[in-house]
Structures are given as C-alpha cells and as structure tokens.
Design a protein around this ligand. Structure first.
Ligand code: DSN
Length: 415
C-alpha cells in the first residue's frame, strides 16, 4: 500500500480509492491493449512541482516568466523523442491522442476537406473520421475497411478509393488492427493522388521505437503517437513531422488547440523516452510481440477465431460469435475472475458497438510484469475456462484466486 503521509491525513477518502486501485492493478491481469504500467521513475516525474507552472509557447519563446527549468525539461523531451524515433521535428505538448490528431488536421486541412481513414468498427479510431467525432463532423472523411475475407487492409481497395475520392490526406495506423501496415504503399498511393500522409502509431509506437515493427516516420509527412501504450510513458501524446511542417504543427498545437502544456507530464515523457532508448527496451518490445503470438496461438488451439488469423504486434481482436456470447458478456465474465479486457467490434459486426461481437486483447502490460510463455498459456486457459464456466460462480471464484496468486508473483512497478 502507498503511504503518502499528507494525502492520507488530508484526504483519507481519496487515499483509500488510490490504494484500492493499486490493489486491483496488483492482483489482476491487464489485457487491455492500450494500457501499461509506467516505471517508478516516470511516476515520480509526474508527481512533481512542475505541475505548478504555466508555460504557453515553446522553449526560449514563452508567454510567462520563470520558465528556465521548464525550457530545459521540454528540450530534453524533444531531443530524446527525435533520437528515439529518428524524427526531424517533434512537438511534445499534445495532451493526448485525440488532441494531437486534431492539431494535425488543423495544421494541414481546412474544414470540409476530404480525408481517408479506416472505419472505427474495422479497427480505426474515433478521431479518424467517425461521424460523431470532431474529425467526422469538421472534415469530409471517406472510410476504408478491412477485407472481409482476410481481415487485412487490402491496398488495392485503398488505392481505388483514393483514386476516386482524391483526398487531401490519408490516415493510416489503427487501434484494433493486428497486422503490419504497408506504410510504403500508403505513401505511393498518397503521392499518386497528391495527398498528405498521416500515421497514427499510438498503439505500436513502442514496438516501432524498438525496431520491432516497420516505421513510417522517415517518409510520412506527419506522425502522432500517444505516450502511454506500448511506449510505456505517462498519459499524453507527441507529434512528429518533417522539418518543413514544423511551424504549422507547432502553431496548430499552441495557440491553435491548447493553452498551457502539462510540464510535469512532459518531464515524465522525457524520462520514458530515456527508458525506451535503453537496450533493454528492445527486449521488452520483442517479448510483447512474442507473448501476443503465443496468446493468439493458444486461443486458436481452443477454437477462438482471431481476426486476420493472427498477430504481428501486441494485440488481437477475437470474434466470439462461435462461442455464443457477446464482447460485453465476455468482458463482464472476465472482470469476475480479475482479467481486464475490452469489448470490440469485429469487421461488419451485426451487433451494436455497446454490445459488439468481439473482444480485443493485448500483451504490453503483462509483459512489463515479466510474464512469459508459461503465464501466457495459463492466461489463455483461464480466459477459456471463465467463458465456459460463465454461470458457475464457484468455479469463477477458483479461477480468480489462481489469477491473484500468479499476479502477486509478478509485482507492478509502484512508488
Ligand atoms: N482508447 C484507446 C484504445 O483503447 O485503443 C485509443 O484511444
């Protein structure tokens, strides 16, 4: 348990909630593909007096005094991110993924401009043109889909749609897609029709930084990523772009989209980038992918249907139609045994997004805990056993206890 003396004394109610959440994280398995555990050093950087500062502007060009140390922190974050991703220009101020994407659209497009993005229900993201999101409201998106037979993106179809629609921008990079992305083909298609190339690598950034997946950064115009998924930093985002777009990106972030940056988070981003530059991070990223492949294989052996037939990254989407339950039901059952997952639509889902036909699983968090082949196989079995015993509370309790016992052997980093 954490013992923050001042918080415990002043606000025991909140201290209690934080401790309950820490206990939950320690005793349960995290398979939500977008979640991870930050290091103690990243946690420490977030909880500092840097949160007290206002610093609109950029290093050396602020609208408030007293920013000498903040400038140093932001410069370090930028330098490390540039090195890590081999990027020409980096803006480390975006507060999270959607605001980063909003700044990109603002920097490159006028409202009403035509854009291509992958449909949310096929693995895309809300901010890639969903009609109820700002992206779909402000810009004229056409959505491409994954191939219904292979579950993969069919680049010939993307080329055809691009040729027909002549978009000003093409968006690639997804939230629920388990395969390598053909970045070079996207670039060729965009060049054919004169479109900007925008990659959202929020999910795979850690794997790309560690050289375990292909990178679009050297030839795409602009790339965003959140910093808290496979990259294992604090909640936040960054934007990377070619030097020639640096000014328009920086202006779109501030004053375009945001006010004061969150300086404590920028410091924590810098600490996380430093960690990702260490050679051990490469082993971590390799193990994430290995664990995901083992999990997918084990589940396939148990007759679970993985969309696209497997995974090249940290996640997989599972179609539960043949198992006779929906994604929401599976999420609720697995919650009962201490395994957190997220329900997910499957391509051409007949069920609604609140109660879709699939689930999405990912391995970044369990890999941070040090879990490997043995534990991953065990997790696949627990998932199957829980689903089979969905109405048997006694058996679900037995599984929950086994989950807890294993988790306590793999502690999460905490202060
Ligand atoms: N919410 C994130 C995810 O789970 O993929 C994307 O923003």
């Amino acid at each position: 348990m954490l013992n923050y003396k001042n918080l415990s004394r002043q606000d025991p109610k909140m201290m209690n909630i934080i401790n309950k959440e820490m206990k939950r994280q320690s005793e349960e398995i995290e398979l939500i593909a977008s979640e991870n555990y930050v290091s103690k050093a990243v946690l420490e950087a977030m909880g500092t007096v840097l949160t007290n500062k206002y610093s609109e502007g950029y290093p050396g060009k602020r609208y408030y005094g007293g920013n000498q140390n903040i400038d140093d922190a932001e410069r370090i974050a930028i330098e490390r991110a540039k090195k890590l991703f081999k990027a020409e220009h980096v803006n480390v101020q975006p507060l999270s993924g959607s605001p980063a994407n909003a700044a990109v659209y603002m920097a490159f497009l006028q409202p009403g401009d035509k854009v291509l993005g992958l449909k949310l229900s096929h693995g895309g993201h809300l901010s890639h043109g969903h009609p109820i999101n700002f992206s779909g409201i402000l810009y004229n998106f056409t959505q491409y889909e994954v191939d219904s037979k292979t579950g993969k993106i069919n680049m010939e179809q993307v080329a055809k749609i691009a040729e027909r629609e002549k978009p000003k921008m093409i968006v690639a990079g997804y939230s629920a897609y388990s395969r390598e992305i053909e970045w070079k083909k996207f670039k060729e298609i965009a060049d054919e029709v004169g479109a900007y190339t925008f990659a959202d690598i929020a999910h795979t950034a850690g794997l790309i930084a560690a050289g375990q997946m292909d990178s679009p950064i050297s030839f795409f115009d602009v790339v965003t990523t959140t910093t808290h998924k496979t990259l294992r930093g604090p909640r936040g985002a960054i934007i990377m772009c070619k030097e020639k777009f640096a000014k328009q990106i920086d202006r779109a972030v501030f004053p375009g989209m945001q006010g004061g940056p969150h300086d404590h988070i920028i410091a924590a981003k810098a600490v996380a980038f430093g960690e990702a530059l260490n050679p051990e991070f490469k082993d971590y990223a390799k193990q994430i992918i290995l664990n995901a492949k083992i999990l997918a294989q084990e589940l396939q052996n148990l007759n679970y249907k993985i969309i696209s037939g497997g995974t090249d990254n940290h996640l997989m989407v599972i179609d539960l139609t043949n198992k006779g339950l929906t994604g929401r039901e599976a999420e609720n059952i697995l919650d009962k045994v201490g395994i957190s997952i997220s329900r997910s639509t499957i391509p051409n889902d007949l069920n609604p997004p609140m109660n879709p036909s699939g689930i999405r699983l990912g391995t970044p968090a369990i890999t941070t805990r040090g879990m490997k082949e043995k534990e991953v196989k065990q997790i696949a079995n627990w998932i199957d056993q829980a689903i089979q015993n969905k109405d048997n509370e006694k058996n679900l309790k037995i599984i929950k206890n086994e989950v807890k016992k294993t988790c306590l052997n793999f502690p999460i980093p905490s202060i």
